[in-house]
Ligand binder design. Structure first.
Ligand code: MN
Length: 422
């Protein structure tokens, strides 16, 4: 079986290094016989390091999963999961299944981007929405632990429930900057990698799961990974060598027609309206484009990053920030949600957002980011609701809008701020 053979490869490597250096070539041969190496023939030092790390992490993950056989786990995603998170979680579920571990993929918010809805529908991706009422019907003590993928718990409202139920954190696999101390049995956090899907594709390449072209679930999962990898790398434009290597590997399995169908999903009229508002309201200063879009419904939340994606395409703009007040169905709960997109290599979205908005009273940042993109969420607490009075609603928006602009412009037009380099 593939798993056993990959284990014995590690063992043989150790043996070779420890006691029989002269046999090294022979013993290592199966280990380095990977697709990427086979194709390129020669391998850069950096790539070799990546392969070592991927192998080491795969080995550690196998050990963790072996120790957790026959259990039930929850894979907790961010509230608004993206293709990178969804596809990576599905891959984890398929890997863990081989150890008779049953994983359920859950998220607390909603799938709001039309492409994400299409991805889940067209591939049959097994993700479940757990709203607060759903959570009440669940007996969390029937699970043995939880896993965080493409997030570190800071963007999920479900985290407090699993922590309260005292479920142990079994694994964290992510590519966002470190968000704080986490105690997990297995940790693979690599901020230098552009997509969590790349990390998972490397796991596949090391043999954690053997993809089979005649297995339709494998084909769909590989297609989802390809979509995740593309969407987190701005259609591969920000991809690096290891992301391309991962895409090359997936190209043997993915279904190009299915991917095309996912990408063809159209924007709703409400999303178009939000983009229009962002275009109308934007102010451009020092190559930053900043737009507040007012109130929008929870289900349309993903219009904000899409508007930011659009604003950053204007000439002389390198960074776009779009934000609005997102409310639930009964206007009870309101939260400021914002997105940053940048094409400026020296601007670190994580640093920028943390610097702009600071922390809440318990020391938690309002957001963070990864390469070229970031997001923030500021709860409105006591000021939530009361919008049936339109004068009040307008006034509330104006206050938040000015406050956010002040905080952003402090960094955009600095006298001596290190983040601004021009
Ligand atoms: Mn990601």
């Amino acid at each position: 079986m593939q798993l056993n053979s990959s284990l014995s490869q590690f063992e043989s490597l150790n043996l070779a290094n420890d006691s029989h250096p002269e046999d090294t070539d022979l013993d290592i041969e199966p280990l380095i016989r990977q697709p990427a190496n086979a194709i390129t023939g020669d391998v850069s030092v950096g790539q070799q390091r990546n392969h070592c790390l991927a192998h080491q992490k795969s080995e550690e993950l196998i050990q963790t999963l072996m120790g957790r056989r026959h259990e039930r786990h929850l894979i907790v995603l961010q509230d608004f999961p993206d293709p990178d998170a969804l596809s990576s979680a599905w891959t984890y579920q398929l890997i863990a299944q081989q150890y008779d571990i049953k994983c359920e993929i859950i998220y607390g918010g909603t799938l709001s981007h039309q492409e994400n809805i299409a991805l889940v529908k067209l591939t049959g991706l097994p993700a479940q929405r757990w709203t607060p009422p759903t959570l009440k019907t669940k007996d969390l003590s029937s699970y043995h632990g939880f896993v965080l993928i493409d997030n570190q718990g800071t963007t999920s409202q479900l985290l407090s429930a699993v922590v309260q139920a005292k479920l142990p954190l079994i694994a964290v696999i992510d590519h966002h900057s470190l968000q704080g101390e986490l105690k997990a049995e297995f940790t693979d956090i690599r901020p230098s990698v552009r997509a969590t899907a790349t990390i998972f594709t490397q796991y596949l390449q090391t043999g954690l799961l053997t993809l089979d072209n005649s297995n339709s679930q494998h084909i769909k999962c590989a297609t989802a990974l390809m979509h995740g990898l593309r969407s987190d790398t701005n259609r591969l434009m920000q991809a690096q060598e290891e992301d391309f290597m991962a895409a090359a590997y997936l190209s043997r399995f993915y279904d190009a027609q299915l991917l095309n169908a996912v990408l063809q999903a159209n924007r709703s009229k409400r999303v178009m309206d939000v983009i229009e508002r962002s275009l109308k309201n934007r102010i451009v200063q020092n190559n930053f484009s900043i737009a507040g879009v007012g109130y929008l419904r929870y289900d349309d939340r993903d219009a904000i990053p899409q508007a930011a994606d659009f604003l950053v395409t204007e000439e002389n703009v390198h960074t776009a920030v779009v934000y609005g007040i997102v409310h639930d169905e009964d206007d009870e709960l309101e939260v400021i949600i914002g997105s940053l997109r940048t094409s400026k290599l020296t601007l670190d979205p994580d640093e920028f957002i943390k610097e702009a908005f600071g922390q809440d009273s318990s020391g938690r940042f309002f957001g963070g980011g990864r390469t070229s993109a970031g997001g923030f969420e500021i709860p409105m607490g006591f000021l939530s609701g009361g919008n049936e009075n339109s004068a009040y609603a307008r006034m509330k928006w104006e206050v938040y809008d000015s406050q956010i602009k002040q905080k952003l412009l402090r960094l955009v037009n600095p006298k001596d701020n290190p983040i601004q380099s021009e």
